[in-house]
Design a protein around this ligand. Structure first.
Ligand SMILES: [Zn+2]
Length: 198
Protein backbone atom coordinates (compact mmCIF):
# COMPACT_ATOMS: atom_id res chain seq x y z
CA UNK A 1 0.00 0.00 0.00
CA UNK A 2 1.40 3.36 -1.07
CA UNK A 3 1.53 6.38 1.21
CA UNK A 4 -1.35 8.81 1.40
CA UNK A 5 0.59 11.30 -0.71
CA UNK A 6 1.27 8.81 -3.49
CA UNK A 7 -2.36 7.68 -3.37
CA UNK A 8 -3.44 11.33 -3.67
CA UNK A 9 -1.28 11.75 -6.78
CA UNK A 10 -2.71 8.58 -8.32
CA UNK A 11 -6.26 9.74 -7.52
CA UNK A 12 -5.64 13.14 -9.07
CA UNK A 13 -4.30 11.55 -12.25
CA UNK A 14 -7.16 9.05 -12.34
CA UNK A 15 -9.59 11.95 -12.72
CA UNK A 16 -7.98 12.98 -16.01
CA UNK A 17 -9.97 12.00 -19.10
CA UNK A 18 -8.67 8.82 -20.64
CA UNK A 19 -6.91 7.71 -17.48
CA UNK A 20 -8.63 5.30 -15.12
CA UNK A 21 -7.30 4.29 -11.69
CA UNK A 22 -5.20 1.53 -13.22
CA UNK A 23 -3.49 3.75 -15.82
CA UNK A 24 -3.03 6.42 -13.16
CA UNK A 25 -1.18 3.99 -10.87
CA UNK A 26 1.03 2.95 -13.79
CA UNK A 27 1.77 6.61 -14.55
CA UNK A 28 2.71 7.20 -10.91
CA UNK A 29 5.04 4.19 -10.89
CA UNK A 30 6.57 5.36 -14.16
CA UNK A 31 7.24 8.77 -12.60
CA UNK A 32 8.65 7.26 -9.43
CA UNK A 33 11.07 5.08 -11.38
CA UNK A 34 12.28 8.14 -13.30
CA UNK A 35 12.08 10.58 -10.41
CA UNK A 36 15.46 12.10 -11.20
CA UNK A 37 14.32 13.39 -14.58
CA UNK A 38 10.60 12.98 -15.24
CA UNK A 39 9.16 14.94 -12.32
CA UNK A 40 10.94 18.22 -12.99
CA UNK A 41 9.70 18.48 -16.57
CA UNK A 42 6.14 17.62 -15.61
CA UNK A 43 6.03 19.93 -12.60
CA UNK A 44 7.56 22.82 -14.57
CA UNK A 45 5.16 22.35 -17.47
CA UNK A 46 2.15 22.20 -15.14
CA UNK A 47 3.24 25.27 -13.21
CA UNK A 48 3.99 27.30 -16.34
CA UNK A 49 0.61 26.56 -17.89
CA UNK A 50 -1.21 27.13 -14.62
CA UNK A 51 0.42 30.51 -14.06
CA UNK A 52 -0.01 31.79 -17.59
CA UNK A 53 -3.33 30.34 -18.64
CA UNK A 54 -5.66 32.94 -20.14
CA UNK A 55 -8.83 32.89 -22.18
CA UNK A 56 -8.34 34.77 -25.42
CA UNK A 57 -10.52 37.91 -25.33
CA UNK A 58 -11.00 37.71 -29.10
CA UNK A 59 -11.82 34.08 -29.85
CA UNK A 60 -12.26 32.30 -26.51
CA UNK A 61 -9.35 29.89 -27.06
CA UNK A 62 -7.23 29.12 -24.00
CA UNK A 63 -3.55 29.78 -24.29
CA UNK A 64 -0.63 31.16 -22.31
CA UNK A 65 -0.65 34.43 -24.26
CA UNK A 66 -3.35 37.03 -24.77
CA UNK A 67 -4.51 37.28 -27.52
CA UNK A 68 -3.93 33.60 -28.23
CA UNK A 69 -1.27 32.36 -30.63
CA UNK A 70 -3.79 31.91 -33.44
CA UNK A 71 -5.34 35.39 -33.14
CA UNK A 72 -1.89 36.96 -32.87
CA UNK A 73 -0.49 35.10 -35.90
CA UNK A 74 -0.32 37.52 -38.87
CA UNK A 75 -0.09 34.61 -41.30
CA UNK A 76 -3.63 33.59 -40.37
CA UNK A 77 -6.32 34.62 -42.82
CA UNK A 78 -8.47 37.17 -40.98
CA UNK A 79 -11.19 36.88 -43.63
CA UNK A 80 -12.15 33.31 -42.68
CA UNK A 81 -13.70 32.49 -39.33
CA UNK A 82 -14.44 28.99 -38.07
CA UNK A 83 -17.05 28.79 -35.29
CA UNK A 84 -16.72 25.88 -32.87
CA UNK A 85 -18.54 24.75 -29.75
CA UNK A 86 -15.57 24.21 -27.47
CA UNK A 87 -11.85 24.75 -27.23
CA UNK A 88 -11.37 21.00 -27.75
CA UNK A 89 -12.97 21.34 -31.19
CA UNK A 90 -10.72 24.28 -32.05
CA UNK A 91 -7.65 22.27 -31.14
CA UNK A 92 -8.91 19.23 -33.06
CA UNK A 93 -9.58 21.26 -36.22
CA UNK A 94 -6.30 23.08 -35.94
CA UNK A 95 -4.42 19.80 -35.62
CA UNK A 96 -5.84 18.94 -39.05
CA UNK A 97 -3.76 21.89 -40.36
CA UNK A 98 -6.13 22.66 -43.20
CA UNK A 99 -7.97 25.74 -42.02
CA UNK A 100 -5.77 28.82 -42.18
CA UNK A 101 -8.29 31.32 -40.82
CA UNK A 102 -9.19 32.21 -37.28
CA UNK A 103 -11.65 30.73 -34.82
CA UNK A 104 -14.50 31.64 -32.53
CA UNK A 105 -15.35 29.49 -29.52
CA UNK A 106 -19.00 29.56 -28.43
CA UNK A 107 -18.39 27.86 -25.10
CA UNK A 108 -21.06 25.20 -25.61
CA UNK A 109 -24.11 24.43 -27.70
CA UNK A 110 -27.76 25.36 -27.46
CA UNK A 111 -29.67 22.82 -25.43
CA UNK A 112 -33.28 22.95 -24.32
CA UNK A 113 -32.60 19.94 -22.12
CA UNK A 114 -29.70 21.55 -20.26
CA UNK A 115 -31.24 25.01 -20.35
CA UNK A 116 -28.48 26.52 -22.50
CA UNK A 117 -29.86 29.61 -24.25
CA UNK A 118 -28.25 31.82 -26.91
CA UNK A 119 -27.28 34.38 -24.27
CA UNK A 120 -25.35 31.68 -22.41
CA UNK A 121 -23.00 31.26 -25.37
CA UNK A 122 -20.51 33.72 -26.83
CA UNK A 123 -22.80 34.58 -29.74
CA UNK A 124 -22.75 38.32 -29.04
CA UNK A 125 -18.97 38.24 -29.44
CA UNK A 126 -19.32 36.42 -32.75
CA UNK A 127 -21.84 38.95 -34.09
CA UNK A 128 -19.58 41.81 -33.01
CA UNK A 129 -16.65 40.29 -34.89
CA UNK A 130 -18.73 39.73 -38.00
CA UNK A 131 -20.33 43.19 -37.83
CA UNK A 132 -16.86 44.76 -37.67
CA UNK A 133 -16.44 43.61 -41.26
CA UNK A 134 -13.53 42.09 -43.14
CA UNK A 135 -14.82 38.53 -42.85
CA UNK A 136 -15.70 36.76 -46.11
CA UNK A 137 -16.48 33.28 -44.84
CA UNK A 138 -17.87 31.83 -41.64
CA UNK A 139 -17.55 28.06 -41.24
CA UNK A 140 -20.08 26.61 -38.81
CA UNK A 141 -18.10 23.68 -37.44
CA UNK A 142 -20.57 22.34 -34.92
CA UNK A 143 -20.58 18.73 -33.83
CA UNK A 144 -22.83 16.36 -35.80
CA UNK A 145 -25.18 16.05 -32.84
CA UNK A 146 -28.78 17.26 -32.60
CA UNK A 147 -27.74 20.12 -30.33
CA UNK A 148 -24.77 20.99 -32.51
CA UNK A 149 -26.96 21.18 -35.58
CA UNK A 150 -29.62 23.20 -33.74
CA UNK A 151 -26.87 25.65 -32.80
CA UNK A 152 -25.60 25.83 -36.39
CA UNK A 153 -29.13 26.50 -37.64
CA UNK A 154 -29.63 29.27 -35.10
CA UNK A 155 -26.30 30.89 -36.03
CA UNK A 156 -27.09 30.65 -39.74
CA UNK A 157 -30.25 32.66 -39.11
CA UNK A 158 -28.44 35.27 -37.05
CA UNK A 159 -25.69 35.62 -39.69
CA UNK A 160 -28.01 35.66 -42.69
CA UNK A 161 -28.06 39.45 -42.87
CA UNK A 162 -24.30 39.78 -43.36
CA UNK A 163 -22.63 39.70 -46.77
CA UNK A 164 -20.51 36.60 -46.27
CA UNK A 165 -20.26 32.98 -47.34
CA UNK A 166 -21.72 30.66 -44.71
CA UNK A 167 -20.40 27.13 -44.88
CA UNK A 168 -20.54 24.01 -42.77
CA UNK A 169 -18.43 20.91 -42.48
CA UNK A 170 -19.12 18.29 -45.13
CA UNK A 171 -21.38 15.36 -44.51
CA UNK A 172 -19.55 12.19 -43.80
CA UNK A 173 -18.93 13.15 -40.22
CA UNK A 174 -20.41 10.35 -38.17
CA UNK A 175 -23.81 11.28 -36.77
CA UNK A 176 -23.45 12.09 -33.11
CA UNK A 177 -19.75 12.54 -33.79
CA UNK A 178 -17.81 14.96 -31.66
CA UNK A 179 -15.03 16.65 -33.58
CA UNK A 180 -12.54 16.07 -30.82
CA UNK A 181 -12.73 12.30 -31.31
CA UNK A 182 -12.13 12.35 -35.05
CA UNK A 183 -8.74 11.80 -36.59
CA UNK A 184 -7.03 14.66 -38.42
CA UNK A 185 -7.55 13.10 -41.86
CA UNK A 186 -11.33 12.92 -41.41
CA UNK A 187 -11.44 16.48 -40.09
CA UNK A 188 -9.29 17.79 -42.91
CA UNK A 189 -11.58 16.07 -45.42
CA UNK A 190 -14.71 17.53 -43.77
CA UNK A 191 -13.15 20.99 -43.93
CA UNK A 192 -11.89 20.65 -47.47
CA UNK A 193 -15.31 19.55 -48.70
CA UNK A 194 -17.20 22.14 -46.68
CA UNK A 195 -20.38 23.31 -48.34
CA UNK A 196 -22.71 26.28 -48.22
CA UNK A 197 -25.31 26.28 -45.46
CA UNK A 198 -28.60 25.48 -47.12
ZN1 LIG B 1 -7.74 33.96 -29.93
Amino acid sequence: MASQEIEALANALARLPGLGPRSARRAVLWLIKRRETAFAGLVDALATVRENLVECPICGNVDTTSPCGICADPRRDARALCVVEDVADLWALDRARLFTGRYHVLGGRLSALDGVRPEDLNIAGLLTRVAAGGIDEVVLAMNATLEGQTTAHYLAERLEAYPLRLTQLAHGLPVGGELDYLDEGTLAQALRARRPVS
